[in-house]
Design a protein around this ligand. Structure first.
Ligand SMILES: NC(=O)c1ccc[n+]([C@@H]2O[C@H](COP(=O)([O-])OP(=O)(O)OC[C@H]3O[C@@H](n4cnc5c(N)ncnc54)[C@H](OP(=O)(O)O)[C@@H]3O)[C@@H](O)[C@H]2O)c1
Length: 324
């Protein structure tokens, strides 16, 4: 089977395609014929050795996958050969076949394609955990999303809307904002220029944000906190714009607001039952058409490096998919 391999931690340009022996499922494992793999921001870091978790070398990028069960190891009862399944494994999906723990696999409902199913786990899982469990977002509240057109951001736009919030999407170009509008955003802010605090105040009729879902950090975080409503919740999702911001604590006192960390991967590791129940709920909404995951572009396996560069270049919206 063919696999995209990161062998040098020198970035996406040095990813190579190699022929490897077909994998064999051990006890409790399943071999998946990958129909589609999905990238996340972490892949841009992992291929440079900059992600907090370091996969053993060499490794295939892409944590999320969808495909068919090709074989199962001893003791596997959760899935059988031929089942369509999706999930996330941390890394290793940019290859034709991968081995995963069978207990983590989730079924793909009829009518949902591999390309769509592959990109649901991390972004929508984080969105639901962040907005519901950590942010306690309520119907009618103003929810501001920074980096709203990216994978995590666009999932949060759709979920916040589904939860009955008024969604204010913030992104760097009008084209990206137009996609946020298509996915349910009520108000749009182009944060490439202007005063973000004033823009958020204006977009919320002076009330400020009840919940901020921050995928970018850096220079955007402090003005967004300064534009929070009394009792607001600021969700720390990620730092795609680069710097980890330092926040003056007096701002929290003055607004009686909370800074709330969100770490989906650690949350579901500690609570596997929550992973299964949330993915069942999310994929149900996808099958019903209540969520419409946006696929930016599909790349062949041979162009895995170019696919990662698409995120690097800040050029993608929604999900970037690799099709082995
Ligand atoms: N906490 C968690 O559990 C969790 C889970 C998933 C993801 N995350 C984090 O969420 C963030 C977004 O992840 P993602 O997979 O959605 O990434 P993505 O699809 O690449 O989106 C990142 C967004 O950030 C914005 N951005 C601003 N400055 C950027 C820069 N210098 N380079 C790249 N993008 C920049 C871009 O939008 P504009 O051009 O509009 O600014 C882009 O849409 C990452 O930091 C990731 O680690 C955290």
């Amino acid at each position: 089977m063919r696999a995209a391999l990161c062998k040098t931690l020198t970035g996406p340009d040095d990813i190579v395609i190699e022929e490897l022996p077909d994998p064999v499922a051990g006890p409790g494992e399943a071999v998946i014929r990958v129909g589609a793999a999905a990238l996340n921001f972490l892949d841009t870091l992992a291929v440079r050795g900059k992600y907090q978790f370091k996969p053993p070398m060499p490794f295939s990028p892409a944590s999320e996958f969808a495909g068919r069960v090709e074989s199962v190891g001893d003791g596997v009862t959760a899935v059988k050969v031929g089942d369509r399944v999706f999930g996330s494994a941390g890394h290793g999906a940019a290859r034709e076949k991968m081995v995963v723990k069978a207990a983590t696999l989730m079924p793909i409902p009829a009518g949902v394609s591999d390309e769509v199913a592959a990109g649901v786990t991390v972004t929508y899982g984080t969105g639901l955990h962040g907005l519901k469990d950590r942010g306690h977002l309520q119907p009618g509240e103003n929810c501001v999303i920074l980096g709203a057109s990216g994978g995590a951001g666009l999932a949060a736009v759709e979920l916040a809307k589904l939860m009955g919030a008024r969604v204010i999407a913030c992104a760097s170009t009008d084209e990206k904002l137009a996609i946020c509008k298509q996915h349910g955003a009520d108000a749009l802010i182009n944060y490439s220029s202007g005063d973000l605090k004033e823009q958020i105040r204006a977009a919320t009729d002076g009330q400020g944000a009840d919940v901020v879902y921050d995928c970018v950090g850096d220079r955007f975080a402090e003005p967004a906190i300064r534009a929070m409503n009394w009792g607001g919740r600021y969700l720390v999702i990620g730092f795609a714009a680069g710097e980890i911001p330092r926040i003056p604590l007096n701002l929290l006192l003055l607004k009686s607001c909370s800074l709330v960390g969100v770490f989906w991967g650690a949350h579901v590791t500690r609570n596997p039952a929550a992973l299964k129940s949330s993915l069942t709920e999310l994929m149900g909404w996808v099958a019903e058409g209540k969520l419409k995951p946006h696929v930016h572009k599909i790349f062949p396996l041979a162009e895995t490096g170019a696919a990662i560069r698409e995120l690097d270049r800040r050029a993608s919206t929604g999900k970037v998919i690799i099709k082995p």
